[in-house]
Design a protein around this ligand. Structure first.
Ligand SMILES: [Ca+2]
Length: 397
């Protein structure tokens, strides 16, 4: 009975667009679409307090890179991690006792404030799909507001959009089940940061969040660029097909824009201050800053941004590594960025997958790095330089 009335309500209210934006209104802020900017929809499992601080760390990139037009942020939330979760007897692999947390509206609003933007943001369904064809309409208006935002942003974009997904594949899969034709027409590529390749015994974290959703997305014909987050099930392996690398500390944040530093400290310290914009104008405590600087930081996401923004990771003639624009490339530069192998997916029922390498007539691609140690070494040099170049918009207060 409850589901029926929810469905009805959803049908009625889907005529208007329910989502949250900085202005609090339900209208998409007008955005200018110049042809040299890449339109991007960012789907992230971002919470506050964070589950993985890198989600807040990573979201700065699409705000700060001028070649990206960030159309919207969809919050990929899993109810089980909103509260302390003890796992399902899988040797604690998927447990997380550090919940509660809520969808990351606060970090999105903070970045809108810091970069003077009005990027709309909305949550997506909180629970796994019951089957690969599940449209999750019975999750109601609030949890579907991200899916509605997805639809509206695609409809309004004059050109196909790059979709990046850093959590479960659920928002993309639900959208595939609600408006498949629109996705086919308006999604250029889905950059899916998930899965293990080669496959492992344990499901990779993002796949485990929603195996049906992952199977749905890799079984479709919309181009999927997959950036595996694990190799043989190990999320911390330096394999050829996964993107993981480690920053031994975040000392370089001492030299970044001071308001961005406050943003990072807010997230990293799990702050509960309600004046979450004003706090960005204040100098954080030494203790909170030092805890951040000494953080050992795991990264799985940067290769997505290189591919989407068309920036290149290179080694310069002097031996140093940098992330550069294509126009900055010199003949003496050696490219270190990952490449992409044309593949066909062979999904297994549990959410793992195998691949078949094909000659290029498949829309799908698998990330590949020839030398994982060099990839890590290069990014340890190049990523700090990139973050140090980011500037927030001027302070008004
Ligand atoms: Ca994530």
């Amino acid at each position: 009975m409850k589901n029926i009335s929810r469905r009805k309500f959803f049908k009625l209210s889907s005529l208007s667009l329910p989502f949250l934006s900085l202005s609090g209104s339900s209208q998409i802020p007008p955005f200018t679409m110049s042809s040299n900017k890449v339109p991007v929809i960012d789907i992230t499992d971002l919470y506050h307090p964070p589950q993985d601080f890198d989600d807040a760390f990573d979201l700065v990139i699409p705000y700060a890179l001028p070649e990206i037009d960030l159309l919207g942020v969809l919050l990929d939330i899993s109810h089980r991690y909103r509260v302390p979760y003890k796992g399902e007897g899988e040797e604690g692999w998927y447990s997380d006792p550090t919940g509660g947390r809520e969808p990351g509206f606060i970090p999105v609003w903070q970045l809108n404030y810091l970069f003077d933007r009005a990027v709309p943001c909305a949550p997506c369904p909180f629970v796994p799909m019951a089957r690969t064809t599940d449209p999750q309409i019975n999750r109601g208006v609030f949890e579907n507001s991200g899916i509605q935002l997805f639809k509206t942003l695609l409809e309004q974009s004059p050109q196909p959009v790059e979709v990046v997904s850093f959590g479960s594949a659920r928002p993309v899969a639900v959208a595939m089940n609600q408006f498949p034709e629109l996705l086919k027409k308006k999604v250029k590529r889905i950059h899916l940061c998930a899965g293990s390749y080669p496959p492992g015994k344990m499901l990779e974290w993002n796949v485990k969040l929603d195996p049906e959703a992952f199977i749905r997305v890799i079984s479709g014909d919309i181009p999927v660029y997959i950036y595996p987050c694990a190799s043989e099930g190990n999320p911390f392996a330096l394999g050829n097909y996964n993107t993981y690398w480690l920053m031994p500390n975040l000392e370089f944040l001492k030299e970044i824009d001071s308001r961005l530093l406050s943003y990072f400290v807010y997230s990293h310290s799990r702050s509960n201050r309600i004046d979450f914009l004003q706090v960005l104008e204040e100098e954080p405590s030494e203790e909170a800053k030092n805890a951040l600087f000494q953080r050992t930081h795991n990264i799985w996401t940067i290769d997505v941004w290189l591919e989407v923004s068309k920036r290149i990771l290179v080694q310069r003639a002097d031996g140093s590594y940098q992330i550069i624009l294509p126009t900055e490339k010199k003949t003496s530069d050696r490219t270190v960025s990952g490449t992409f192998i044309p593949i066909q997916f062979k999904p297994f029922p549990d959410g793992n997958f195998e691949i078949e390498k094909v000659s290029g007539n498949s829309p799908h691609r698998l990330f590949y790095r020839a030398n994982p140690e060099e990839h890590q070494h290069a990014l340890r040099q190049a990523l700090p330089k990139l973050y140090k170049s980011f500037k927030t918009m001027g302070k008004y207060f």
